[in-house]
Design a protein around this ligand. Sequence first.
Ligand code: MEV
Length: 320
Amino acid sequence: MVWAKASAPGKVILFGEHFVVEDQPAIAIALNLRARVYAEVREKEGIEVYSKNLSLREVFPKEDPKSPLYPIYYAAKSTLSFIGKEKGLYIEVDSEIPPASGMGSSAAVAVATVAAVAASLGFKLDREDISMLAYRAEKIVHGKPSGIDNTISTYGGAIAYRKSEGFLQLEADFSPVMLVLADSGIPRNTGIMVAKVQELRKKYQKIMDPLYYAAGRLAVEAAKMMERGDFEAVGELMMINHGLLSAIGVSNMKLEELVYTARKVGALGAKITGAGGGGFIVALCRRGEEKKVAKELEKVSERVFISDISVEGVIIEDFS
Ligand code: MEV
């Protein structure tokens, strides 16, 4: 094989972001926004990476971990070492997932890169290996990732995840609900937010511990409610989770405005999703009510998406 195209979905965390870094359970679902990666084997040495979204092209190796394309190169290089090949590559990335939004764009790009590079060389990696290699690249993007982003992007659907235990695919029927995502317009950096939360946790450990425990219980309860189809309860639990995220310092006026706007027009629940400090909020709506919620959010947000829940994880779309 000489070239392959792979894609992987973005995600939203419905329960447990930040708390998951300290080994509490969390719940994530895949979105129908995808990152697509084309990989082609080349005779000449080096790995050329082109990002359509950033309009940026670079040839590696060059030891510049600050380049936004470096994690993509790193994912490709790790994949080559893993399958024991030394080849030149051309990699092209085209992603529908807004970057720095909390929707797992970097993990989806890493997952799709690993799968495309392996497939371009005629290897079909199993999902466990794809997720593990993507996790290595994620570590470059932000220092202490829990692993939830690469896991959901690899497997798709809805998962309950715990760092020390791995993940469980949730058997839930999401057809009665839809998600609406709204952008705060404030850029944020996951690594910085995670470090900030860790600092607060260290400073007030005795106060923080019960919050972390509550967040974990919340995710377990939410998984049960999802499998039972009780989305009213899921929505309520999202609001409690949002309160905990405010408590650990990752909310702000704009995020609160978006969350309360969604609630006011009938969303079952709404919360920050991802690292917070900016990025998006997610609102859970009864199917049929998503347009109404989205319309109201559009008055206070520049970018609003409607998404279904439960989509395919990483796939090889084409190869030759
Ligand atoms: C980022 O999508 C979610 C965080 O919990 C970080 C992580 O899990 O690695 C904030």
